[in-house]
Design a protein around this ligand. Structure first.
Ligand code: ADP
Ligand code: AMP
Length: 225
């Protein structure tokens, strides 16, 4: 089976995690979120978590060397042998170049979920996450059936420390300065599929599936919408 590496690009709050969870299931690929990996390190009190904490709290990108070591350890694991779905990585040109070197000629499929800056603050400030299973909710756009309780596993919902209006400003600046240039980077390689992230999540998912099928990657993984 050919290996598929799918990258979801997009501003913070564009809906990458929401779509990644569904796409990973549809494609049968592991969902790898560098943000989730850092949060697991923070919760576990590791030295990596300690080194990443102040950057994350302030909405700045964690230095490339810390991200790369963590990500490459993860994708070396057995479940990534036939491919993986990246959410929140790469976020800088240096990260994209390091990934390119590691992929040794394999061209990733890239989807850019587009949401205007004017929608981002409301998305981020209303986000709630499950402490247990990581499911993503929104107070208005995807409210849990019972306040503060995860629909999927009944875990407690929490608000991320960096999901505030103040920190969002820095996160968006970081995105425009360091991550948005990746759209041109990948356009010059295998291409980038743009998906309108302002639509309902189901429609965003359908558009992602259509672009994967159009790229020819879906068939080898039996993508099933
Ligand atoms: P990212 O991983 O890109 O930061 P998330 O998937 O966590 O973004 O989504 C950010 C917030 O926006 C969450 O609260 C989520 O429930 C909500 N959201 C995601 N997709 C949509 C959508 N298509 N329409 C409205 N709200 C959405
Ligand atoms: P996210 O969960 O994707 O919103 O990421 C939360 C925070 O983790 C970001 O604001 C960064 O501080 C850090 N982070 C996650 N992924 C990366 C990455 N690829 N490069 C640098 N920092 C990252």
């Amino acid at each position: 089976m050919s290996k598929t590496v799918l990258i979801l690009l997009g501003a913070p709050g564009a809906g990458k995690g929401t779509q990644a969870a569904r796409l990973a299931q549809a494609l049968g690929l592991p969902h790898i979120s560098t943000g989730d990996l850092f949060r697991a390190n923070l919760a576990g009190g590791t030295s990596l978590g300690d080194r990443a904490r102040s950057f994350m709290d302030q909405g700045e990108l964690v230095p490339d060397e810390l991200v790369l070591e963590m990500l490459f350890d993860r994708v070396a694991q057995e479940d990534c042998q036939s491919g993986y779905l990246l959410d929140g990585f790469p976020r800088t040109i240096a990260q994209a170049e390091a990934l390119e070197a590691r992929l040794e000629g394999l061209v990733p499929m890239v989807i850019d979920i587009q949401v205007p800056d004017s929608d981002i603050e409301q998305r981020i400030v209303g986000r709630r996450m499950c402490k247990e299973c990581g499911a993503i909710f929104h107070l208005t756009f995807n409210a849990p059936a019972q306040e503060g309780v995860c629909n999927a596993c009944s875990g407690a919902l929490y608000q991320r420390k960096d999901d505030t209006a103040e920190v969002v400003r820095t996160r968006l600046e970081e995105y425009h300065q360091k991550t948005a240039p990746l759209i041109a980077f990948y356009s010059e390689r295998g291409g980038v599929s743009a998906v309108d992230g302002r639509q309902q999540p189901d429609l965003v998912f359908e558009a992602c599936v259509a672009s994967i099928q159009g790229s020819g990657h879906g068939s080898s993984h039996g993508v099933n919408s």
